[in-house]
Design a protein around this ligand. Sequence first.
Ligand code: SAM
Length: 281
Amino acid sequence: MSDGRDLSHLPPLRDVIATHDLAAKKSFGQHFLLDLNLTRRIVREAGNFNGLSVVEVGPGPGGLTRALVESAAERVVAVERDPRFAAALGDVIAASAGRLTLVEADALTVDPVDLVPAPRAVVSNLPYNVGTPLLIGWLKRMTEYRFLALMFQKEVADRIVARPRTEAYGRLAVMSQWLADCRTIMDLPARAFTPPPKVDSAVVRLAPRQRPADDPDFATMEALVAAAFGQRRKMLRSSLKGLLREPEPLLLSVGIAPTARAEEIDVDGFVALAKAWRAAG
Ligand code: SAM
């Protein structure tokens, strides 16, 4: 009996789009990957799917979806907001031997942890307008995932993996690198997509970091990092004034110069500061 991994009989994606009249909608951030060799490469680079349940946000006509169904993944649940794609994905669902299901929903309203059992991963060519809020939501429960492999605009990908003392280093880098090992696994030029967006893209892989039991909670870190980078040109002793009663002694207590600026502080520095703030009540 078929294990649902042989999809070689399915028509090319261009034919699927033509048959179902699936003109891309800008409002839904629709830029499609139609080259199956490329989508297979993304899945290959993303990691080991053996036994994983995968949530894919925004399958669209199904290029990345097909590569996931062909992988060693146990099952794939695709969450798509645009109902037009249900018919286009019908053939893949039928060929998948029950391993692919489609959930018609706004991904901002569903938690992948509720959709599939562990061990799980999220893989997505994310719609530009909701990529960052989705990532922040998933980071909050990062230990629930083996990994996330996510395509962003290149500029957003760069902000996730940015190192201290660089222009791109900010809230997104600190929050992402605090909770996950983050690295760019692929760069894709705009012309890889149909229709091509205005900017290039990159795939970032995030795998959970083991965190100690006394780690600060998400809200504490988020508030601290937001205040610090909210006025990134200012010294921390002034940018943190709105948040902390007396920033100077707290900064000194964890070895950070009160004259330092947010972009000079590495992730461990922010964690130490958040812990000291919490301990100080
Ligand atoms: N995965 C396909 C590919 O790589 O060719 C399509 C990627 S396209 C960049 C983004 C997809 O996300 C579109 O199919 C779009 O309809 C869908 N989408 C947009 N906003 C969404 C949301 N809030 N929840 C779920 N899907 C969404």
